[in-house]
Design a protein around this ligand. Sequence first.
Ligand SMILES: [Mg+2]
Length: 218
Amino acid sequence: MPIPTHWQPGDCVTLRYLTRDGRPGMAWPFTVVADTDDVVALFIPAGSTYKRWGTGSDGKRALVDGAWRDDVLRLMFPGCGYSIWLFWRIVDGVRGLAYYYVNMEEPFRRSEIGFDTNDHMLDIVVEADLSAWRWKDAEEFEARVTGGIYGAEFAQELRAEAETVAALIERRASPFCDGWDTWMPNPAWATPCLSEQWDTAIPVTWPRAAWAYRDTSR
Ligand SMILES: [Mg+2]
């Protein structure tokens, strides 16, 4: 099956984190909101079933079903090492943006069933009104650097890219000024489901140069 160059609004796709050896890790179903040359916007409603790391029936670490907790819009940008998530919550019956979450990650790649990426540990949590932001998991990130899991050069690139996003927040620049905060899902959309191929589709090959992990133990 060919890898689609673009998805259509309303399509159901699966987004995966790939492990270093190219196997699927965590996986989420999303409804496509937009897929253009500038931005890919994906929506996962609260209650969707996704795959998270847990304990399998044999007691070993395994991917298990989880129930996703919040309505989340995931914005991704071709070639960029981060995505921006908008979390909505219903408080006293009123739906409102709770916060933004910037997730540093491998620039996304397209697959037969959607998109693949991988988490890069460092994150930024942003107030819904953009009045403040803070790093998340910065200590864990630095531990990966001192532990040799992330090479110094890669870590520097990632810090620089994170600083770029922080500057966008402070300037209230795109995509933070693009009106996504008041976006509403189409009520006709069904809850998205994971592709049956989430665990079996052949992963896109990760170009060596883009593969960020520099684990010297192997
Ligand atoms: Mg993260």
